[in-house]
Structures are given as C-alpha cells and as structure tokens.
Design a protein around this ligand. Sequence first.
Ligand SMILES: Cc1cc2nc3c(=O)[nH]c(=O)nc-3n(C[C@H](O)[C@H](O)[C@H](O)COP(=O)(O)OP(=O)(O)OC[C@H]3O[C@@H](n4cnc5c(N)ncnc54)[C@H](O)[C@@H]3O)c2cc1C
Length: 442
Amino acid sequence: MEVFVENLAAYFLVGIFIAIVLFYYLKSKKRQSVSTEAKIQKAIEYGFHEPVSLHPVIDYDICIGSGACVAACPEKDILGLVNGKAKTINASHCVGHGACFHACPVQAISLVMGTEKRGVELPHVSQYYETNVPGVFIAGELGGMGLIKNAVEQGKLAMENITGKLKNFSKSKLDVIIVGAGPSGISASLTAKKNNLNFITLEQDTLGGTVFAFPRAKVVMTSPMELPLHGRVKLTETSKIELLKLWHDVLNKNNIKINESEKVLEINKHEGMFEVVTSKQTYETSTVLLTIGRRGSPRKLGVPGEEKEKVTYRLLEPELIHDKNILVVGGGDSAIESALLLAEEKNNVTLSYRGESFSRLKPKNLDKINNAGKNKTIKVILNSNVKEILDDSIIIESKEEGTASLENDLVYIFAGGELPNKFLEKIGIRITKKFGETILKH
Ligand SMILES: Cc1cc2nc3c(=O)[nH]c(=O)nc-3n(C[C@H](O)[C@H](O)[C@H](O)COP(=O)(O)OP(=O)(O)OC[C@H]3O[C@@H](n4cnc5c(N)ncnc54)[C@H](O)[C@@H]3O)c2cc1C
C-alpha cells in the first residue's frame, strides 16, 4: 500500500511537472504567434508583405513548425511562426540566399519568383545561357537565380558554353567581354582564363558585386561551391572579408585583372561583332557575357559637382568616419539607416529628401529618424533638392529655407537604382514577366 501511495505521488509530481512545462511551452508558442501576426499586419500596412522577387513559399501540409527556417535566416523578420507553421512576414525584404530552403528539416520550403499579383521581369535565356540575341549570354542573378553558389556555377557553365560556341561567331580581337564582376563574373573570368580565351572583365564599381556591398559582415554559404582554377570552396558560414580575399587571391594568382570603375553603357551589333561602349572607351568583341546581377546602377542626381570624389552611392565602414560635415540624400531605408549610423559616429549629418514626408520606411527607421530630427542629432530637410556640389560646401534648395549653402565634406546619395531592364531591352534582349514561377524545389 505504502509503495502504491509513493508511486502515485511520484506520478502526480511528474504529471504536474509535465503540465507546467506544457503550459509554458504553449504560452510561449501563443506569444510567438501573436507577435508574428502583429508583425505581418504591420508588414501589410507598410507594403513589405508582398514579395518583390525570389521568396520562400511554405507547404503547410508538410511544415512541422520546427522554426529552423526562422533561425537560419540572417535577415530580420522575413519568416515567423503562427500556430506552429512558418509564415512570411516582410517577404519583400527577402534577398533570396535560400538559407531557409536548406534549413527546413522536412523540405517544406520552395523558392518562388514573383507572385500571381506581382510579376518579376526576367530576360529570356536558353539552357546554354544564351539570350535571343545570338552571341549575348547571361549568367547569375540577372537570369533570376540568386545565391553566391548558383552565380558561381552559372558563370562557369555559361563560359564553357561560350567557349564551345565561339567558332559560330565573327572573329574579333576579343573572344568575350564579361560585364560585371560579382560572383558570377569572377567565376566566368576564371573559366575564360582556364580555356585560354582573349577576354576582359568590366565592372562599374568594385570587384565582388553585391557581396562587396553587403551591409553585414556575415555571408551564408548554404553548400560548398566549385571555383574554377581553385577547386572546392567548403565554407558554410564565412565573412564578407574572407570571401573577397579568396576571390582577390585566385584572380591575382592567375594574373586576371578586372577593369574596375568602368561602366558598360551600350552594346551594339556592328558588322557581325559587338561594340561595347563603356564610360572610358569602346571595345569590339565576338561575344558578350552579362553577369550584372539585378540590383542595377545607382540613380544619379544629375547636378553639377556630382562627379567629385567625395560623392558616393553606398555607405561602407561608417565606423571609420568621424567629425565630418555630411549630406545624405534620399528618403528610403538605406538613406535613413546611413544617416543614423553616421550621426552615431559624431558626424554633423544633414538629410535632404525631396518628398513632403517619409513613406514606406521600416517602422523602426521612421521612429528613429523622427526622433533624430526632433533631438537635432540629424538636420532633416524635407521638400529639398541639391542644386550643386562644391569642394567644401553644397547648395541646397528647400521649400522652407529657400537656397542655402552648407559646409560639406562628404555626400551620400541614395536615390534608388536604374534597373538593368532598359539596358537589356536596348540590346534587343526579350524580357518576360514571371508570376510565381518555382525556381528551387526539393
Ligand atoms: C543584403 C544581401 C545579403 C545576401 N546574402 C547572401 C548570402 O549570405 N549568401 C548567398 O549565397 N547570397 C546572398 N545574397 C545574394 C547574392 O549576393 C547574389 O545572389 C549574388 O551576389 C549574385 O551574383 P551575381 O554575380 O549574379 O551579381 P552581383 O553580385 O549583383 O554582381 C553584379 C555586378 O555587376 C556590376 N554591374 C552592373 N551593371 C553594370 C554595368 N552596366 N557595367 C559594368 N558592371 C556592371 C555590379 O556593379 C556588380 O558588381 C545576398 C544579397 C543581398 C542583397
């Protein structure tokens, strides 16, 4: 009898323990669901819920709500859990590296391009990476496939195809011009070297492409990749610096020089060959490989003085900039985040935006910039336009203050980007809209 009572008491205690754990588990799940649902509502309100490009789509019949996808995504609040299932929150902020796709233990995630409502325009590319303009090829994210690994793979395959098809094209001094030196262009350049082609690689900015401009130091490599003339790269998680160093080292070792700060403006067919017009000169080539990604070129203001060295279109290493008079131009998240970071580093920051008020900002950024304006840690000038950029000052015109001259050391312009579609259409490349086409599926 005594043993029976003891056992009963033990079972009772274990039962109570399990009930308490279950209670707190369900409570935390409930809290998580409520918080995710609130975030989804906010994302809908601010226009971030609808995806704009590649994004995860969850199969709810398979999803077990493990949360592995939420934990794997280094971008904040793209995914969350509601009632034990993964849901997209700010799907428009997805950068398409597919960490969630690989992390899902039950393969419930596919990566889809565009949605039924919002299509994504993509160029026509054959299985050989050739466009409808014979001799012009496309690889990497421009063709619709994000991820460093995929860009590297496609750059290599496209260049192998170009090598095999060269005899079909008019002979020129250059066999191929590679446009863009992101992961895809780098891999294509290494393959061109391996195949003894005469080639040049033109980059409007700096070697590394989108990776160079990452706002975070961490790079997620979801699976190993094969880098031509180097071999297998087995990095699952690495830093931006480490990856850029690897690319620099491999290119240097193989005597490949990338023409940086040389933007391709036009590509014309001329006597069976291609005339490639850049910001510096004109080249002739048998074929062209476009590896220009999908981020386009920064939009310029078109004001006198914009060509000065102190003017840039992205912010790298704000922690190294102190005690400067800085003008940030723009009203989007990039402009606001940059202005805030620069102000934190004890710079004297002015933010000029041509709009009447800020719209479509991340809620946190909107709060922060309104506070910074009130506290005068940033001088915010709405309804304003930059008129001229001089060596030590800028001329700015605004509704409230008229024309004013401000002391200035640095100018950061975030006026959006010119997407590559116009450039492609001018070459004659056909573009079609994809309405929810699955790009990656298990
Ligand atoms: C914030 C962010 C985080 C990401 N994180 C990851 C990650 O962790 N892991 C991952 O696998 N992927 C990640 N991605 C995606 C990855 O960066 C891209 O898929 C990849 O860089 C695409 O490579 P690409 O070579 O096709 O194009 P890009 O890297 O975009 O390179 C294109 C290059 O072409 C140049 N160019 C464009 N137009 C011209 C022109 N007219 N003339 C000359 N040059 C031109 C550009 O300056 C650029 O250097 C991330 C993307 C973003 C935005």
